[in-house]
Design a protein around this ligand. Structure first.
Ligand code: ADP
Ligand code: MG
Length: 313
């Protein structure tokens, strides 16, 4: 192993990212967080495991960005303003110092871009795959967090961005055919998702329920329907697909099902009454009724979906 001790790593690579006073320069056992008067602290955790959430061949800075961004995506879906994060890394011994400096660079750049300082964490070795666990937190005015519960019959269902791109990107990275600019776009969507933070803020008090799409659109809409105790009907033709994905996978109903079950989108899906979807940059993809479950409607009626999204086990 060619790298400095655990304590040097923390001091050299991680302490420069700990710019908030409450992080105490990563020199204490714990950090101090004082939520502003009248705010709730919104907390979320997401771990990334090599071979499950990223490929060992992915560039280290993009692995770091993805680890942070998937957590920012959760905060976005809750309407929270990100204010800090904790980082627990389990490092296989074969990782070189150069890999770690690139990893820290990605974290530093995204931390700056999203104004979110590192507050603390833990660093261990592991005989297993590289694991990066981030706990991120943010603030909302008390009682205003957008929850998964709250969708009402009569609401519409909306989604940001496009669906399925990361699935296309992952397929490209794990298959032989990789050339082309459109493909670089899809690979970028897999490696470096975009948390929809501004949209999340705009949806405070507007969305009746919301979550970010990580497992697959249909699976995640199913979670929202379950917790809200409603039935959700999605219109397959309205699910937004990028031109890049269409040129890779085509435009058939099968493509839509594939995109809507692929996962790793990190878009926001939410329910609300009548809103100006175009103005918010979102697409209306369905509606909420009495009942339970999620249904995907195609040109010839309901489309049977056997696998709705990613499940670890
Ligand atoms: P402990 O004695 O509790 O194990 P550590 O020696 O692991 O504490 O950590 C010392 C300090 O360094 C703490 O402030 C901790 O939050 C911080 N730290 C350790 N690892 C990381 C990391 N990967 N990212 C950010 N901060 C870290
Ligand atoms: Mg420790």
């Amino acid at each position: 192993m060619n790298r400095p001790s655990e304590f040097h790593l923390i001091a050299e690579l991680f302490a420069p990212l700990a710019t908030a006073p409450g992080a105490l320069g990563l020199k204490d056992d714990a950090a101090l967080i004082t939520p502003p008067e009248g705010c709730d602290l919104v907390v979320t955790a997401d771990a990334l495991v090599e071979g499950v959430h990223f490929l060992s061949s992915d560039p280290p800075d993009t692995i770091a960005r993805k680890a942070l961004r998937v957590n920012l995506s959760d905060l976005a879906a809750k309407g929270a303003v990100p204010t800090g994060y904790f980082l627990a890394v389990s490092l296989p011994n074969h990782l070189e110092y150069g890999w770690l400096t690139e990893f820290a660079r990605g974290l530093a750049e995204d931390g700056k871009a999203f104004s979110i300082p590192l507050m603390g964490g833990d660093t261990t070795s592991t005989p297993g795959p590289l694991t990066i666990a981030i706990t991120a937190f943010g603030y909302v005015p008390r009682g205003t967090m957008t929850q998964r519960a709250g969708a009402k019959p009569g609401d519409s269902v909306y989604v940001s961005g496009t669906i399925g791109d990361a699935g296309g990107g992952l397929e490209l990275l794990t298959s032989e055919t990789q050339a082309g600019n459109a493909n670089a776009y899809l690979i970028g969507r897999y490696r470096v998702p975009t948390p929809r933070l501004a949209l999340g803020l705009a949806l405070r008090g507007v969305a009746t329920a919301s979550l970010d799409v990580s497992d697959g659109l249909i699976a995640d809409v199913g979670h929202l329907a379950d917790v809200s105790q409603v039935k959700i009907v999605l219109d397959a033709a309205q699910i937004p697909l990028s031109e890049s994905l269409k040129s890779l996978w085509g435009t058939s109903e099968g493509t839509i099902v594939r995109a809507a079950t692929a996962g790793d989108d990190y878009e926001i899906v939410f329910t609300a009454g009548d809103i100006d979807a175009e103005c918010l940059g979102v697409r209306r993809i369905g509606h909420v009724t009495n009942g339970s479950g999620v249904f995907l409607m195609g040109n010839d009626g309901e489309i049977t979906v056997s696998r709705t999204g990613f499940q670890h086990f």
